[in-house]
Design a protein around this ligand. Structure first.
Ligand SMILES: Cc1ncc(COP(=O)(O)O)c(C=O)c1O
Length: 422
């Protein structure tokens, strides 16, 4: 699965590698395979970078981050999204059983599996950007388009359906039929492009120019900032829900990264809400698509090279979103890269109900929690991340079974049976 969401500008391939590229082939330096001390996950290698540019703990959020995301922007998004039919805050679950087994004081899981009937936090972003676009220029004669590996395109298609505008969604060769059907359900014209995600990005960009359509992408690049900013501002509504649902700030947030839009939205909104009491932000990526970790290592946004072939299809991104990087560069504290296997193990762990009520978590939903559990098993990493028995950790389960067939294949049973057991 997942030929890779080599997110970024259509020019990525046209002007190859304008920036220094880092390929993470294998763990080295501070990355060590370690045996897990608890019977939670098997041993897996983890790559870790402590962000040398992380803001001083005493520094409040500043102009650099507020140039990207603002409280006013979140409030506007929240007011708009609260008015959507079917909107309800998603649950913030307390996983007390798993917390005890893992040696944590508390473990919270934001469960996005029921978000707006679309099954992922992405429902908040693309659809909100389409609504803002229609607010600016009206729906008359408007067609929106984007490339997607699933969740973002579904959100854009749903948003276009709500706003009565045209919608064309481009999917690359390996996007599963289930994900295509979920997009087409909203009346979008779904076009399959032979090749990789890059090829579908290019097709969307070229057709948009040819037909006068508007690209609604979840990633930003030079000259294309406003729409992805709206997408991210939509995500901040989820972070705001967390702030109101939790009794006090956690000590750590483990959040998975694709292009970084989600991680940036969570970082900015929690920084605004909790100021200098904010948690340590740990960004976790697939080790075959770790563009944010590569950027942290290099000190500027760079591409991750490689096939980007990870089971975590929504995280298979080759290039960071430039807007997201503006927030993460100093806002994130640590970057981890993990293999596919622990993410799938965590999908099964959450489905099993072994420690807490079962949760349906899709293939791109568990990297954060997997990173946390792997770090706990590694004394060096545990120390580097400041994890101990007093830690109160928040992880985000960012999607449910957005492709039911893929979910059943990875977990070994259908999502419906997990829901029935919960
Ligand atoms: C379920 C899920 N989680 C996390 C992400 C990562 O979000 P971002 O690309 O904004 O970093 C994605 C991206 O598509 C996703 O689909």
């Amino acid at each position: 699965m997942g030929a890779g969401r080599a997110h970024g500008t259509p020019p990525n391939r046209r002007h190859p590698t304008p920036v220094c590229a880092t390929l993470i082939r294998s763990p080295s330096g501070d990355a060590q395979p370690v045996p897990y001390t608890l019977p939670l996950l098997s041993a897996h290698p983890v790559t870790h970078i402590a962000n040398p540019r992380a803001a001083d703990p005493a520094r409040p959020i500043g102009p650099r981050e507020r140039a990207v995301l603002t409280v006013e922007g979140m409030t506007t998004a929240r007011d708009a999204i609260r008015a959507w039919e079917g909107y309800a805050p998603t649950p913030l679950r307390r996983l007390d059983g798993l917390a005890a087994a893992a040696g944590l004081a508390a473990l919270y899981l934001k469960d996005e599996s029921t978000r707006l009937g679309l099954g992922s936090f992405k429902a908040l972003g693309g659809a909100y950007a389409v609504e803002r676009l229609v607010g600016r220029r009206g729906a008359e004669g408007l067609t929106v388009c984007c490339a997607t590996d699933g969740n973002h395109g579904r959100s854009v298609a749903w948003g276009a359906h709500r706003q009565n505008c045209g919608c064309v969604i481009y999917v690359h060769g390996t996007v599963s039929p289930g994900r295509c059907e979920a997009i087409a359900r909203w009346g979008a014209d779904v076009r399959r492009v032979l090749g990789t995600y890059d090829d579908s990005v290019r097709a969307a960009a070229e057709d948009a120019v040819a037909h006068g359509w508007v690209v609604v992408s979840d990633t930003s690049y030079p000259g294309y900032m406003n729409i992805p900013r709206d997408v991210m501002q939509g995500y901040t509504v989820m972070a705001d829900e967390i702030v109101t649902q939790i009794d006090r700030p956690p000590t750590h947030i483990f959040v998975q990264g694709g292009v970084g839009g989600l991680a940036a939205a969570v970082t900015a909104q929690t920084w605004e809400a909790w100021g200098t009491d904010r948690p340590r932000i740990v960004v976790v990526e697939p080790d075959r698509a770790a563009c944010l970790l590569a950027s942290a290592r290099t000190g500027r946004p760079v591409m991750a090279l490689g096939a980007l072939d990870t089971v975590m299809s929504g995280l298979a991104c080759g290039a960071p979103s430039l807007l997201a990087w503006e927030v993460l560069d100093e806002g994130a504290h640590n970057f981890l890269a993990v293999p596919d296997a622990p993410a799938v193990e965590v999908m099964r762990l959450l489905a099993s109900g072994r420690y807490d009520a079962p949760v349906v978590a899709g293939d791109s939903a568990t990297a954060g929690l997997a990173g946390c559990l792997l770090a706990l098993a590694n004394p060096t990493l545990r120390g580097a991340l400041g994890l101990d028995r007093d830690s109160r950790v928040l992880a985000l389960s960012t999607e449910g079974a957005t492709d039911p067939d893929v979910y059943a294949e990875l977990v070994g049973r259908p999502a419906a049976s997990v829901v029935a057991a919960s």
